[in-house]
Design a protein around this ligand. Structure first.
Ligand code: NAG
Ligand code: NAG
Ligand code: NAG
Ligand code: NAG
Ligand code: NAG
Ligand code: NAG
Length: 401
């Protein structure tokens, strides 16, 4: 993987005392610079030596940190990193390997190993440099094979065990995998594998509604956002919008008692901190949530407002229903007090009384049906105004519900 790391950082001041010991015997530390892919774990290779007769009593790793007046070496335990981020996997006899888990860009830098033994101690002047690199889609990737032999023979590359033709390419998510190289004709001798992880912004972001299809008022509805991304979208990386207004964050949104007001166009966003063509937040396409319900808020409107004997009157049954109201039934109760006897007087949305006369006085109610059920209206009373011959009035009585 294309590695380019910074030139050495200047080490901190070193005391002459140690300087003398460096050259006094076989004391020393050797490292290998390392390139790591973000999110993987990496072992910083390290070996150390000391003169015979010593017993190692203390080992410690440091990292060069920028401070106001230059660089200082900070023990790894004092760095603000999660537990087990750094793990000493070396020993007390010459192996000082350090494992770094879930490598992050902040891990870039110079690492120093110090140790102390019974007859002396060593403060390393050299360091291992870690340069995390993550391939993002579109990045140029170059595979390099070091064989140690004169490179006269053809090198072959394998990805997940299969020969690949190119060793230089623009990273694509399909290129992610485990790579090794081998000299042609000697494929049984392989290099160590390098995992290439390709990061990409969320794609195929979709919002799904469960249950799909008709959603009936009062039922439970779950809206779930999903997409493909590397690294995966965290829960806080999802956001839900209704009619372009923010609703909530999280991958799933549950509406336990869905109501007509929940109708609308929903879309979601996914974010994994990788941008695609300059945009970090990737929108799903919109999903229309429709909520079906039986007729609600049924009422009757009377037209005209002022009724005169002999004039025509229309009673219109108004309701809110989804799907729209289909069938209407009008009933009239002739004796507003007492009997509950209802007479069927109409089957249209509008009940037309062409000419008001005494026989029309009474209490009117309409029933509305759609495929989900029935609703009834408030009641309307039509009566001759007392002492005002020829004038009628209408009034609503309290709804029964
Ligand atoms: C994505 O959705 C947000 C919120 O509704 C909106 O502001 C933004 O313009 C949308 N982006 C695109 C690219 O459609
Ligand atoms: C997102 O990326 C920016 C720089 O690219 C970085 O500073 C920030 O910490 C990242 N945020 C997360 C949550 O990874
Ligand atoms: C019915 O009326 C109530 C009160 O006015 C209102 O809150 C509700 O949204 C209405 N229902 C519908 C389906 O319009
Ligand atoms: C009643 O409605 C009918 C059509 O539905 C209309 O022709 C008539 O003029 C209306 N009458 C009144 C009094 O509004
Ligand atoms: C409405 O009336 C028609 C004809 O009577 C009937 O076939 C239909 O089932 C009714 N619709 C509802 C929702 O009751
Ligand atoms: C109207 O509907 C309510 C329920 O919504 C019911 O309790 C009531 O009895 C109905 N009224 C009539 C007159 O049927």
């Amino acid at each position: 993987v294309n590695t380019s790391h910074q030139p050495p950082l200047t080490g901190s001041s070193k005391e002459d005392l140690f300087q003398q010991r460096v050259w006094s015997g076989t004391w020393g530390v050797t490292y290998e610079n390392q390139c790591a892919l973000r999110g993987t774990s990496v072992d910083l290779k390290c070996e150390y030596g000391y003169t015979l007769g010593n017993i190692v009593t203390r080992v410690s790793w440091f990292k060069a940190q920028q401070v106001s007046n230059g660089l200082t070496r900070v023990p790894l335990s004092q760095l603000p990193s999660p537990p087990n981020h750094f793990k000493y996997i070396g020993d007390y006899r010459g192996n000082c390997n350090l494992r770094i888990n879930n490598v992050q860009p902040s891990d870039q830098g110079a690492y120093y190993f110090n140790f102390a033994a019974t007859l002396g101690s060593w403060e390393s002047d050299t360091y291992a440099f870690l340069s995390p690199s993550v391939a993002r889609e579109g990045d140029a990737v170059r595979l390099k094979c070091k064989s140690g032999c004169p490179e006269t023979r053809k090198i072959n590359w394998f990805k997940d065990g299969r020969l690949v033709q190119r060793s230089q390419f623009q990273a694509n998510r399909e290129d992610a995998g485990s790579y090794f190289c081998a000299i042609q004709g000697e494929e049984t001798v392989r290099s160590a594998s390098v995992d290439l992880s390709v990061h990409y912004a969320p794609t195929d972001v979709t919002l799904s509604v469960s249950p799909s299809g008709d959603v009936v008022r009062g039922s439970l509805v779950t809206l779930t956002c999903s997409g493909r991304a590397n690294p995966p979208v965290a829960r806080s990386g999802y956001r839900l919008y209704k009619d372009a207004a923010y609703v909530s964050s999280g991958q799933s949104h549950v509406i336990s008692d869905v109501q007509p007001r929940h109708r609308g166009r929903y879309h979601c966003q996914a974010w994994n901190n990788i941008s695609r063509s300059g945009s970090d937040l990737i929108n799903s396409s919109a999903v229309h949530l429709d909520v079906r319900y039986q007729p609600m808020n049924v009422s009757v409107s009377v037209s005209p407002e002022h009724i005169v004997e002999g004039s025509g009157v229309n009673l219109t049954c108004i309701s809110d229903a989804n799907p729209a109201a289909e069938n209407y039934t009008w009933y009239k109760r002739t004796e507003p007090t007492g009997s509950h006897f209802l007479v069927h007087v109409g089957s249209e949305q509008v009940l037309s009384l062409p000419s008001m006369e005494a026989s029309h006085s009474g209490l009117y109610v309409c029933y509305v049906r759609n495929s989900l059920g029935e609703g009834n209206s408030t009641e309307v009373v039509l009566a001759m105004a007392a002492g005002q011959h020829g004038l009628w009035h209408s009034s609503l009585t309290a709804a029964n519900h």
